[in-house]
Design a protein around this ligand. Structure first.
Ligand SMILES: [Zn+2]
Ligand SMILES: [Zn+2]
Length: 126
């Protein structure tokens, strides 16, 4: 171990594998937690999980649900879900919205696929 190796804030015997993306604490492998691709300490992980999903995550899911009555709102869900996931990765939106945004985006893709299938079906029928 060279002198530049940082040590875990909780386990001084363990070398740090990285820092918490929220508070900057040095973390060893045992302390690391992952949320939406961000490394977090135990404490921040709890805080992030306790945050409410953003309005955009909820809206994306609402559009994804609406897509079941006509597919087209599903396209909005893809866009919103994608934007929300990008914002979560940048740390600008609460990580708790990740599941919602991902679900909205996936359901949106399903609607898009259905739209294509129905469109091709109609086109073939002439
Ligand atoms: Zn932290
Ligand atoms: Zn540790």
């Amino acid at each position: 171990m060279d002198a530049s190796t940082a040590l875990c804030a909780t386990h001084p015997e363990s070398p740090a594998e990285g820092t918490c993306s929220r508070c900057g604490t040095f973390l060893c492998e045992r302390c690391r937690r992952w949320q939406a691709g961000r490394m977090l300490c135990l404490r921040c992980h709890k805080v992030v999980l306790g945050e409410k999903p953003s309005k955009r995550a909820m809206t994306a899911l609402a559009f994804a649900t609406l897509g079941f009555c006509g597919f087209v709102p599903g396209l909005v869900a893809i866009v919103l879900g994608h934007q929300e996931l990008a914002a979560i990765r940048r740390g600008e939106a609460p990580g708790s919205g990740e599941g919602l945004a991902m679900l909205a985006r996936n359901v949106g893709w399903f609607h898009l696929a259905m739209l294509v299938v129905v469109g091709v079906g109609l086109a073939l029928r002439g």
